[in-house]
Design a protein around this ligand. Structure first.
Ligand SMILES: Nc1ncnc2c1ncn2[C@@H]1O[C@H](COP(=O)(O)OP(=O)(O)OP(=O)(O)O)[C@@H](O)[C@H]1O
Ligand SMILES: [Mg+2]
Length: 374
C-alpha cells in the first residue's frame, strides 16, 4: 500500500491535513481579488496551502484562473519574467489557444517555444533579444490584465522575497505599479524569510508597502492531526491511539513537515508490534541523525559567541538570558554582546523571538541538545 505521507514537496488531497479555516479565508480573498501576504517559518505549508486552494477552486468549478509562480532561485528581472511567462500555461489547458491569445496581445516581442525536459510539456517564454526587459515586463503584465478582464485570476508569487535581491533599477516599483492596475487579480505573495518579506510590505519606504493583507500561517493544531492520522492509518487496519498521536505531535511541536516525516517512517513499521515507545524514540533519532551533516555545517559556520548564545538559550529555555548567572554559565561577558548576537541569530532565522527566544528548527534544537550533551 502506497505510503500517504510525504515531506519533501508540497502536499495536497489526502496528504493535506485540515487547514479548513485557512482555505476558506484564502478563498474569500481570491474571490474578492484582494492581495495577501502569506508568510510563516520554513516548511509550515505555505505552498501546500496555495496548491490545495487551487485544487478546491477546480473542484468547485469556480470560474477563476489559477497560476503558481515559483520564484525560488530567480536572481534577476529576466528570471522573474521567464518564470511568470512559463506559468501562463496553467491558465489554459489548450496550448494552441494560449499561444494564439498571447500572440494577439503582444506588440513588441517574439516568443520562444521549448519542451520542458522534465515534464515533456511545451512551454513558452519571451525572446529577450533586442527588446528591453522593461518592455517585456509591461507586455507580460498586459497579458495578465487582458486575461483577468475575461475571468478572475489568482496568481501566487511563491518565495516572493527573492525579488528584493534583484539588482535591476526600480523593479519593485515598476512591478507594484502594474499590480495596482489589476483589480480582477488576487496576488498571493508568499515567503518564508519572515524578516525580509514583512519588511518589504510594512516599511513605508518600500514599494510594496501595504499592498497586501497579512496572512500569517501557523502550525497545525493537535486536534486536527488526530482524525487525519487515524483516517490514513485505518487503511492499514491500524487503530492509532490518540495518546500516541498527541505524543508525536508534541515531540515535533506541531510542525507539519516533521510530523509527516515521522509518520512516513512509522507507516513502514510492522503494525503487529504496535507503537512502542522504543519505536517512537528510534524514529525520532533517525530523523535527527539524517540531518547530522546539514547541522554540523551550520554549527561550524557560527561564531563562538553565536554558539555560546545558542547554548544560553537552551540552558535557560529562552528566558532570563541576561541574568549574571546565566551569562556566567556559558562564559559570555556582557549583556550587550548577547543582544548583538541574538540579533545576528535572528537575522539568520536560526532563532525567533516571541515571549521567549526559541530555536526555530525544532530538530536542530534536538540535535544541539544531543550534541552539546545537556
Ligand atoms: N496541511 C498540511 N498537512 C500535512 N502536512 C503538511 C501540510 N502542509 C504542509 N505539510 C508538510 O510540510 C511540508 C512542507 O510543505 P510546503 O512545502 O507546503 O511548506 P512551505 O511553507 O511552502 O515550505 P518552504 O518554507 O520551504 O517554502 C510538506 O512536504 C508536508 O510534509
Ligand atoms: Mg514553499
Amino acid at each position: 500500500m502506497q505510503n500517504p505521507f510525504a515531506f519533501s514537496n508540497y502536499v495536497t488531497g489526502e496528504s493535506f491535513c485540515n487547514r479548513k479555516r485557512e482555505l476558506s479565508e484564502l478563498l474569500k480573498y481570491i474571490k474578492g481579488s484582494q492581495n495577501v501576504l502569506l508568510f510563516s517559518h520554513r516548511r509550515y505549508g505555505k505552498s501546500s496551502l496555495i496548491w490545495q486552494v487551487f485544487r478546491n477552486i477546480k473542484g468547485k468549478e469556480l470560474d477563476i484562473g489559477a497560476m503558481h509562480v515559483e520564484l525560488y532561485g530567480t536572481i534577476s528581472e529576466k528570471d522573474f519574467i521567464t518564470r511568470t511567462f512559463q506559468g501562463l500555461t496553467q491558465l489554459e489547458s489548450n496550448f494552441e489557444k494560449l499561444l494564439k491569445s498571447v500572440s494577439k496581445i503582444l506588440k513588441n516581442i517574439r516568443l520562444n517555444l521549448s519542451i520542458d525536459s522534465a515534464t515533456g510539456r511545451t512551454s513558452v517564454s519571451p525572446s529577450f533579444e533586442a527588446v528591453n526587459e522593461k518592455i517585456i515586463l509591461e507586455e507580460l503584465m498586459n497579458i495578465l490584465s487582458k486575461y483577468s478582464q475575461k475571468r478572475k485570476l489568482v496568481i501566487a508569487l511563491d518565495e516572493f522575497q527573492e525579488i528584493a535581491s534583484y539588482t535591476e533599477e526600480g523593479f519593485e516599483k515598476r512591478l507594484r505599479s502594474f499590480i495596482q492596475q489589476h483589480p480582477n487579480i488576487c496576488y498571493i505573495f508568499s515567503g518564508s524569510q519572515q524578516h525580509l518579506i514583512t519588511e518589504m510590505f510594512s516599511s513605508n519606504n518600500r514599494a510594496f508597502y501595504k499592498l497586501a493583507e497579512s496572512f500569517p500561517l501557523d502550525k497545525i493544531e493537535t486536534k486536527h492531526y488526530i482524525p487525519w492520522v487515524q483516517n490514513l492509518f485505518s487503511r492499514k487496519n491500524v487503530q492509532f491511539p490518540v495518546e500516541i498521536i498527541e505524543d508525536i505531535v508534541a515531540r515535533f511541536e506541531n510542525h507539519p513537515m516533521y510530523i509527516q516525516n515521522f509518520l512516513f517512517h512509522l507507516w513502514d513499521e510492522p503494525e503487529e508490534k504496535g507503537f512502542s515507545p522504543e519505536i517512537i524514540d528510534r524514529i525520532e533519532n533517525t530523523i535527527i541523525e539524517k540531518r547530522n551533516l546539514e547541522y554540523t555545517v551550520l554549527w561550524e559556520s557560527l561564531s563562538i559567541n553565536q554558539k555560546k548564545t545558542l547554548k544560553l538559550i537552551l540552558l535557560n529555555n529562552g528566558a532570563n538570558l541576561f541574568n549574571t548567572d546565566s551569562l556566567k554559565s556559558v562564559n559570555l561577558k556582557t549583556g550587550s554582546l548577547v543582544t548583538k548576537t541574538l540579533s545576528s541569530l535572528m537575522k539568520k532565522e536560526i532563532i525567533v523571538k516571541s515571549e521567549i527566544y526559541m530555536i526555530q528548527d525544532i530538530v536542530f534544537k534536538k540535535w544541539l541538545q544531543k550534541t552539546l550533551s545537556f
